[in-house]
Design a protein around this ligand. Structure first.
Ligand SMILES: [Zn+2]
Length: 376
């Protein structure tokens, strides 16, 4: 597929269906649907109009055009059926205007599938993901094999950019129930006895974790309503050299997702605790190479930005498409990890300490289908 052709298709979400005729008039309303989650999402997508719904003839519900119904189908069935793998993730369901419907859904969703098939001329089927989406990425597989790991670690140190942060680059560090909230040393890395539990700290190798995004800090500390929470504003006392693992790594066009170091590192930081033994070795390598710390993408980046994980079109990762790389970079929330005890070592100062009152928590969500047999 030629990049220019890809770019032209990306102008709208329904680029993948570019040949569909567009109709600006509404075709259905939220009242047309029986699945409660789909009704809820349809109401959010739709717009209220004075005329009756052309499908069910009801008045007063959000009405949806063809494009909006396609967007709704994409979000409910495709994003709504995403399954996480050990590394990566892929939707269980996809749809197009070529294949007939073959997914098994529960009785409350059956009439809705029939309605969307009839109105849009589409069929819903079980998606066969390209295997890179579920972790078949060579550098990632090499990192999981101890004998091949050092080769990839060397590449990470060489290919990822270095970033320097100085006194103007303040960031936050949260402590939950600290013994002495007004004591700056309470905001340094934990004592050796408490090391080896996090994404980047190995036993005996302390790390100070911080972020310039306070909401990410609060979320990562799993704060609850009863906790006493304090936020220290920290500032480097001199320029610190960091390896920026949150950067989207530009790679040659000839490198596919299956060979991509960028995809390997991206998947590692979106994986759960099973990835810690690998992320810790990256951190140790950066320390040995003389860096003061690393910048890494938050595990909660997608929750914070509301983005779909591992977005693709025609099986091509959006990270591999130049026109979309800026958007992809913005989906990543950078956190800071500094080696050692940077406050005690005079690398970082505590400029201010505030008490944090959690006053309100809000959730953003949308719905997906309950598949009758859990998938293909
Ligand atoms: Zn209707």
């Amino acid at each position: 597929m030629k990049p220019r052709l890809i770019a032209s298709f990306f102008k709208s979400l329904f680029s993948r269906m570019g040949h569909f005729a567009r109709a600006p008039n509404p075709m259905a309303c939220s009242n047309c649907f029986s699945d409660k989650g789909l009704r809820f999402d349809a109401e959010r997508f739709g717009r209220k109009r004075s005329a009756a719904c052309p499908n069910c003839h009801a008045i007063g519900y959000g009405q949806l055009t063809r494009d909006q119904l396609l967007s709704l189908s994409d979000r409910f069935f495709v994003w709504g059926s995403i399954q996480r793998a050990t590394y990566g993730a892929a939707p269980l369901v996809q749809f197009n205007d070529v294949r007939p419907t073959c997914i098994e859904v529960e009785p409350w969703l059956k009439p809705d599938v029939s309605l969307l098939e009839r109105l849009l001329g589409i069929g819903f089927f079980y998606y066969d993901p390209r295997l890179w989406m579920i972790g078949e990425v060579e550098p990632l597989k090499a990192l999981q094999r101890k004998k091949q790991r050092s080769r990839i670690l060397k590449r990470i140190l060489k290919e990822y950019p270095e970033r320097s942060i100085g006194p103007a680059d303040t960031f936050f560090r949260i402590r939950v129930n600290p013994a002495r909230p007004n004591d700056p040393s309470q905001y340094d890395s934990p004592p050796v006895a408490f090391t080896g539990n996090g994404r980047l700290d190995s036993p005996g190798k302390p790390i100070l974790y911080g972020s310039s995004d306070l909401e990410i800090c609060v979320h990562e500390c799993r704060v609850s309503a009863e906790d006493e929470v304090f936020a220290a504003t920290l500032a480097p006392l001199r320029d610190l050299r960091l390896l920026d693992l949150s950067a989207l790594l530009p790679e040659e066009d000839s490198i596919t997702e299956f060979e991509s170091l960028d995809m390997a590192v991206h998947m590692l930081f979106l994986a759960g605790q099973h990835a810690y033994n690998i992320t810790r070795t990256i951190s140790e390598s950066a320390h040995s190479a003389g860096f003061d710390g690393v910048i890494y993408p938050s595990y909660f980046s997608l929750l914070r930005t509301g983005a779909m994980p591992f977005e693709t079109t025609w099986g091509i990762s959006h990270r591999r498409i130049k026109q979309l790389q800026k958007d992809e970079q913005e989906k990543s929330i950078p956190n800071i990890a500094l080696f050692g005890w940077p406050i005690a070592e005079g690398k970082v100062s505590v400029d201010c300490i505030n008490r944090v009152i959690i006053s309100r928590v809000a959730y953003g969500f949308h719905f997906g289908p309950t598949l009758s047999n859990g998938g293909p």
